[in-house]
Write a protein that binds this ligand. Structure first.
Ligand code: PMP
Length: 340
């Protein structure tokens, strides 16, 4: 029998999918960890589960208690669903610029949603800071307690990837993996998976794939946190070294233009049937760069972070794409003439 006992056991153990066109273009085997197949349709289910379990183990969260978080959406969706399964409520603070689909899903999952203007981290009204204050206030008033998930600086996040994502990739490839590439939101995926893989074989190369508008490409190439430009990607693009990123074993860093990332996402849907969000495009572009760096014959793993329907109104909307000066895939506007 192969039975998962509830939502919690349905998180993780996602398949590794060989990406045909990326592999053919580079002469390497490029594999995507299919995190969009998690119950909340993103990689963040793993961090959400570990953060909640950690808060329970510390006695900070009691049955009926509240989990508060600031999130671009995916972590909130994971927290809300895991919360429902384990008996906790969720209060989610999200920047209003994030996709409507993620906000709708959060409401659907029963989260109390607080939308705030998208302002920089240094601003006290930044979504992360608002969520921290809200958690403190609720901790004082909620009879069963309230905790701040604090995904950026709570290392229970990266522990999820040290204990699950990394070991899964190692086992699924029989240890025949030469490189791992990921973009950074909190850094949990990159640092945690990187640490777990290096622990098993220090020769495995770990690479960051950064969008424009983030400061980490600059940090890992020059030592200075500096950003330029902007990106339509959601859930990634970090401007500081979070606690989860600290000590991440990063060998290479690449900066990927949006136009390159979205074209990869469109081609994957059109030619391989894989429907993904834009951060997966950044990751695959990064994996192809690492493949070129290492040369043909290597195996590179990256992350297929979330499912594309989450961005139907933006990434797959011709009006939005044209506004941003990005390519529009022909099939989005294809029509069929029906004979009379
Ligand atoms: N892609 C998407 C769509 C995400 O929501 C996130 C998480 N914010 C990431 C990538 C990056 O994951 P991490 O927080 O582990 O760096």
């Amino acid at each position: 029998m192969d039975i998962r006992n509830g939502l919690v056991e349905a998180i993780g153990n996602t398949p590794l999918i060989k990406l045909k066109r990326a592999s053919e273009a580079t002469g390497c085997t490029i594999l995507g960890k299919a995190e969009f197949l998690n119950p909340g349709q993103s990689v963040k289910d793993r961090a959400a589960l570990f953060i909640i379990q950690d808060a329970v183990a510390r006695g900070q969260l009691r049955p009926g208690g509240v989990v508060v978080e600031g999130t671009a959406g995916n972590t909130g969706i994971g927290l809300a669903l895991v919360g429902n399964a384990l008996g906790y409520r969720s209060v989610i603070v999200i920047p209003e610029t994030q996709s409507q689909e993620k906000k709708d899903m959060l409401r659907l999952a029963g989260a109390a949603l607080v939308e705030v203007p998208a302002v920089a981290y240094a601003n006290p009204n930044n979504y992360v800071k608002v969520s921290g204050r809200l958690a403190e206030a609720l901790a004082a008033s909620e009879p069963n307690g309230a905790v701040w998930a604090n995904q950026f600086d709570n290392v229970a996040n990266r522990l999820a990837h040290i204990e699950t994502t990394g070991p899964e990739i190692w086992a699924q490839t029989d240890g025949k993996v030469d490189g791992f590439v990921a973009a950074v939101g909190t850094g949990g995926t990159l640092a945690g998976t990187g640490i777990a893989l290096k622990e098993r074989n220090p020769a495995i190369k770990i690479a960051l794939a950064d969008p424009f508008g983030a400061a980490l490409y600059s940090y890992y190439t020059t030592g200075e946190l500096k950003s330029e430009g902007s990106s339509i990607t959601e859930g990634i693009g970090q401007g500081r070294i979070t606690a989860n990123l600290e000590g991440a074993p990063v060998d290479f860093a690449y900066r990927i233009p949006d136009a390159e990332a979205v074209q990869i996402v469109f081609d994957l849907l059109e030619y391989e049937g894989l429907c993904l969000g834009s951060s997966s495009g950044i990751n695959i572009a990064g994996a192809m760069q690492l493949a070129r760096e290492l040369g043909p014959g290597h195996t590179i793993v990256t992350v297929l972070c979330d499912y594309g329907t989450r961005y139907q109104s933006k990434l797959f909307n011709p009006v939005f794409l044209r506004e941003k000066g990005l390519p529009v895939p022909g099939w989005l506007e294809r029509s069929v003439d029906v004979p009379n």
